[in-house]
Write a protein that binds this ligand. Sequence first.
Ligand code: GDP
Ligand code: IMO
Ligand code: MG
Length: 434
Amino acid sequence: MANVAIVGTQWGDEGKGKIVDLYTEKADIIARFQGGNNAGHTLVVKGRKTILHLIPSGILHDNKICIIGNGVVFDPAVFLQELDELREGNLLPPNTKLFISEKAHLIMPYHRSIDQAREARTSDKKIGTTGRGIGPAYEDKVSRTGIRVGHLYDEDLFIEMLRHSLEEKNFLLTHFFKEKPLDAKEIADQYLGYAQKIKPFVADTSLMLDQEIKRGKKVLFEGAQGCHLDIDHGTYPYVTSSNTVSANASCGTGVGPNAISKVVGICKAYTTRVGEGPFPTELNDAIGDHMQRVGQEFGATTGRKRRCGWLDMVLVRQAVRVSGINALAVTKLDVLTGLEKIKICVGYKSPSGDYTHAAPASLKTLSECQPVYEEFDGWKEDILYAKEMNELPANARKYLKRLEELAEAKIILASVGPGREETIILEDPFLNRI
Ligand code: GDP
Ligand code: IMO
Ligand code: MG
């Protein structure tokens, strides 16, 4: 058995989509296990860019099974639109199958309205969410008032659940947020329409995974967001509403934790963040501008400019710890080309002079921490065409070596451009088990 989980080690957008697309060649099944269409995973194949929000990033390969697991919050309108776009672009391979867990919770129109109204109201405390209804959908799941994909196929039950939920949501929308109420009949008609369209994809995906794993099929679990957006382990409350760490690959798809044999952490060669929240190594200067411009750091979901800063190994080490990462894929190394000096944050210093390798849970303490840097000489050579480690300039290799030492996890891939072929592959994660 060799099943691999891919997770982000920072605040998302590490390049997970590119790596999942690349590793799909070695896998049989690609499964999303959490998040929803807050994710934006970019794939660049033969110069053509595809951004996936909900459909797993293995979809461009033929003869695969793509699964949207029970841990995902599922917006049927987004799913159908994404599917249409892939179809129109001639990007859907003939023998690849797509399935949605009957247990995935639906994102309803009131989830989006509440998400957006809450963000608009609390301008000084806003999270900077994607406005896709992710948080409110997970809230309903946990409060046991959510509606699952499977509920769509018992019409009476679906309408009853919708009316029950909407009564409370409309009260909140009208009385608290001063928004217009939503109409139950309109939503029911819309969602029952979606139900027919998505019916061929709905399945017991946990059972399917179990059967396929027993047949020796290889699974690639595709994480969304990143470790520091995790609801438990991230910079709370500036996080998303799901567990983004590798353990959720098990809960979010319905397989046991022992089904995951390797965890690959995706680590951008610098750090970015979209939305609000602390960012100790953030650069509001020409170097930050360089990273933003050269790295084309715009949100793949909302188009917002991403905040940029130096690589923070306190964050990456923590991700290695909480996700049990045993291999790293480092992305966007090419973006650092041309910088005179490059820094890595190796620890934080508190105002009292204490030195720490772990990010404090208190955001107040974190905001008082100063990053401690190691400085490296940069390189000027174009590295876009490097296929082997020894084709990289010595200074780029030194940078990666130090990153590897600090992470205490082996680098098995270095990405030097957005395309599939712009990659230095050192090890196949499905072959070498740790
Ligand atoms: P994800 O959410 O983790 O899948 O990452 P995104 O797709 O949101 O953001 C990563 C961006 O970087 C995308 O535009 C990718 O095409 C691009 N990208 C990925 N790897 C590399 C790389 O090695 N170099 C460069 N220049 N761009 C990359
Ligand atoms: P991928 O999978 C980067 C951020 C939002 C916001 C916070 C909460 O592409 O890496 P939400 O809408 O989830 O309630 O927003 O989380 N966020 C992401 N940032 N990449 C993502 O996904 C993100 N998904 C959510 O910007 O700060
Ligand atoms: Mg993204």
